[in-house]
Design a protein around this ligand. Structure first.
Ligand code: NDP
Ligand code: 8X3
Length: 252
């Protein structure tokens, strides 16, 4: 029987690339996200290669998460890896200019959504035992502050600490937990963050060499397919052409 991976946010970016990477290695796929038509397109693309189950799911809705997990078809129940990838940033402006609703959306998705899915799948992953994996998508923004990151970076700091804390509680179960923290990667992330500003997205990624969705998919697959005795706790990945800035100073 093949391994089974449950991916959130499989309609775009890292999640979609991860679906293709796991399929290439013969894993069965459970693909979730809000845009069902994109999930179906991916099912059409990969369904000839491996078994694929798709479910429209908003991770913010705990009852819907429980239902999707509870109603998995028999052949997809023994989930071996969870990729908690669904997430977003909004409001790239300074904190004092942000609508409160945008902060709530970021927290509801990146924090509440991630714990909803983790909670629903923990019993299954523990039953799977040694070599099962939870791969959480954090960010460099969870470790390094920058202007306009405010609540987004704070949610990714939560992802890091939650990942570490899970490791403590899961010790002895064989279930691994990894926080993957990418730097700048070209996906639909900036389009979402700017609420559809295609030019802003293109500007951010132009004239440099960002990470690709496939680069991160490779890392996700890597940590979930290592020998069972190895746990990568945190994996921070930046493009070679990205680094940190000096401290900012306010002057007269
Ligand atoms: P994309 O915008 O390309 O993909 C985001 C995915 O998240 C989509 O599939 C979207 O699906 C899904 N999603 C968003 N909100 C929800 C929700 N409420 N319920 C279910 N799914 C949701 O961005 P990336 O691939 O770049 O982002 C993936 C993860 O990586 C995010 O957690 C992001 O914070 C993180 N990250 C991204 C970086 C980057 O530079 N690109 C760097 C570091 C981390 P749908 O809209 O169909 O629901
Ligand atoms: C996304 C990467 O650098 O925009 O998490 O914060 S960055």
């Amino acid at each position: 029987m093949s391994n089974i991976v449950f991916i959130t946010g499989a309609t775009s970016g890292f999640g979609r690339a991860a679906a293709r990477r796991f399929a290439a290695a013969g894993w069965s796929l459970i693909l979730t996200g809000r845009r069902l038509e994109r999930l179906q397109a991916l099912q059409d693309e990969l369904g000839g290669q491996v078994p694929v189950h798709v479910a429209a799911l908003d991770v913010r809705d705990a009852a819907a998460v429980r239902q999707v997990v509870g109603e998995l078809p028999e052949a997809f129940r023994q989930v071996r890896a969870l990729v908690n990838n669904a997430g977003l940033a909004l409001a790239p402006q300074a904190a004092q200019q942000v609508e409160l609703a945008d902060w709530h959306t970021i927290i509801d998705t990146n924090v509440t959504g991630l714990v909803n899915v983790t909670h629903a799948l923990l019993p299954t992953l523990i039953a799977s035992g040694a070599g099962a994996s939870i791969v959480n998508l954090g960010s460099v923004a969870g470790q390094w502050p920058y202007p306009g990151s405010h609540v987004y970076g704070a949610t990714k700091a939560f992802v890091q600490q939650f990942s570490y804390n899970l490791r403590c509680d899961l010790l002895g179960t064989g279930v691994r937990v990894t926080d993957i923290a990418p730097g700048m990667a070209e996906t639909e992330f900036t389009l979402v963050r700017t609420k559809g500003d295609q030019a802003a997205s293109e500007r951010l990624y132009s004239g440099t060499t960002p990470l690709t969705a496939e680069d991160i998919a490779e890392q996700i697959f890597y940590v979930a397919s290592l020998p069972a005795h190895i746990n990568i706790n945190r994996l921070e990945v930046m493009p070679t052409r990205q680094a940190w800035s000096p401290f900012a100073v306010d002057r007269d």
